[in-house]
Design a protein around this ligand. Structure first.
Ligand code: GLC
Length: 482
């Protein structure tokens, strides 16, 4: 088959003669469990479409399909200065965005690493931390003070039900966050109160999901962009649907919003297949879910997103250790620690350029205090490949489903996130999986492609804040019928 598009990397061949029969048998079994065929991808995609529809229905389903109350496509002409913050991964980012009005923008930003304990801290601590970071940033960027309050687009990358663009009730934490007193509450007044307590001149204008921000920021510069996708700590996508095609909004749409109006939808499809009907879950996925703060939630995300990839590898290795097949007489205290391997771990193993996998050797020594043998490293490398290949292959089922649902024959799927940007081979493997799902003809350019997104949680949040202010100025609504 000849396809014009990025090609996935070839698996390392090498010699396997020094690997014992026992380990080879283990590997064969793991390959069967972790490999997802093109046929399975098609089956998953078909189920995905029905689940997206269910999420938009009055009855609802597993996938929340949250209307984001963004009714406008960006024109690229939006202008003004906006602040944006991004909470949802491993860092808090604060960005000052200057929209140029000519499909261009400038950003100045600071990154504050989110102290690990914040993921499970008390609510006030989280909001206080963000407000303090905002204060630091505003003092640095506006040393002479501000003449009026700065409008802020708040990118909150969690499932938050929105009855208006400037509110969002957290349905549940995802990605290992577990902060008391936030689920079931509107996060906007909580952050606004903390901002006021710090005396920072900021008004939160819009609450945005990172995927919606990515969609809008990418459309601002690329009119072919049809989706905003995040493959990072979590995994999710957003697209524009049409008001009249969203049954659950019947009777809730204000009179000034036409039925044909666009509506950005934050799918929250990390929760796809929480019923476990089609995803080929392994015992490792089941264990990750069982030991997570929210068992039964985010089934899809837990198999593919950056928060979990290293953990899958750790659990597979521990399984082999429990059978006494690897790491004889090695200290295991560190390997026994949950989440000790982040996604950079399998990524670095896959990137190891040396035939004897010496970088893998060093990584295991430095991080885990484990001395590896050559056959063990070959197995570890192959496991990293299997885990690193399963993630993009499953991930694209969400993209394929949205394209089929909306009838997109061609599309730029604008993607961002640490896994998309930094995991070796992710883009190529994702492209290959799309080819298998769609069975495109030989010799043609892939009509649906993943492209690098514009900065959704910075520029996207700013553009949405600008679109919102514009609507408010015109007296148009930005939420459900009052
Ligand atoms: C998780 C969040 C979702 C976010 C995604 C990517 O799935 O629930 O809101 O978009 O991670 O950050």
């Amino acid at each position: 088959m000849v396809h014009l598009g990025p090609k996935p990397p070839q698996h390392r061949k090498g010699t396997w003669t020094d690997v014992s029969e026992t380990l080879l048998a283990d590997l064969k079994e793991l390959e069967e469990q972790l490999t997802v065929s093109g046929e399975t991808l098609k089956k998953i995609t078909a189920h995905f479409i029905t689940e997206l529809d269910k999420g938009l229905s009055k009855k609802g389903g597993n996938i929340p399909m949250i209307p984001g109350w963004v009714h406008d496509f960006p024109t690229g002409k939006e202008t003004g200065n906006y602040l944006a913050i991004d909470l949802g991964g491993t860092n808090l980012r604060v960005v000052l965005v200057k929209l140029g009005g000519n499909r261009d923008f400038d950003t100045t930003q600071s990154k504050y690493s989110l102290p690990e304990h914040i993921r499970t801290a008390k609510s006030e601590e989280l909001w206080g931390f963000i407000a303090k970071c905002l204060k630091k940033f505003v003092v640095e960027e506006f040393p002479e003070g501000c003449t009026s309050n700065l409008p802020l687009g708040f990118t909150f990358s969690f499932p938050a039900s929105q009855s208006a663009i400037n509110s969002g009730i957290l349905q549940r934490w995802t990605k290992g966050f577990d902060i008391e007193g936030v689920e079931g509450h509107d996060v906007v007044p909580m952050l606004q109160a903390a901002i006021e307590k710090e005396g920072v001149p900021i008004d939160i204008v819009a609450l945005i999901n990172d995927t919606t921000g990515t969609l809008v920021a990418s459309m601002y510069t690329d009119p072919e962009a049809k989706m905003g996708l995040i493959f990072g700590t979590g995994c999710n996508g957003a697209y524009y649907d049409v008001v009249q095609d969203i049954p659950k909004l019947e009777g809730k749409i204000p009179d000034d919003v036409p039925q044909t109006s666009p509506m950005a939808i934050n799918c929250e499809y990390g929760s796809f297949d929480n019923e476990h009907l089609v995803l080929p879950r392994t015992k490792y996925d089941i264990q990750i879910d069982a030991e997570s703060p929210r068992p039964g939630q985010q089934s899809f995300e837990k198999m593919i997103s950056g928060y979990y990839l290293g953990e899958v590898l750790r659990l597979v290795l521990l399984d082999l250790v429990s059978k006494n097949h690897i790491f004889a007489n090695q200290p295991l205290e560190k390997l026994n620690k949950a989440f000790i391997m982040d996604t950079s771990f399998p990524a670095k193993i896959e990137e190891d350029p040396f035939e004897n996998l010496s970088e893998t050797q060093e990584l295991f020594q430095e991080v885990l205090g484990i001395e590896t043998t050559s056959p063990e490293r070959k197995i570890i490398r192959r496991l990293a490949e299997l885990i690193g290949e399963r993630s993009p292959r499953l991930s694209v089922c969400g993209i394929a489903a949205i394209c089929q649902k909306r009838g997109y024959k061609t599309a730029h799927c604008a993607a961002d996130g640490s896994v998309f940007n930094r995991y070796p081979g992710f883009k190529e493997r994702a492209a290959q999986a799309l080819r298998e799902i769609f069975e495109w003809e030989d010799g043609v350019e892939d009509p649906i492609v993943l492209v690098a997104a514009e900065d959704g949680s910075g520029a996207g949040a700013a553009i949405i804040a600008a679109l919102t202010q514009e609507r408010l100025k015109k007296g148009l609504s930005v939420g459900v019928k009052q």
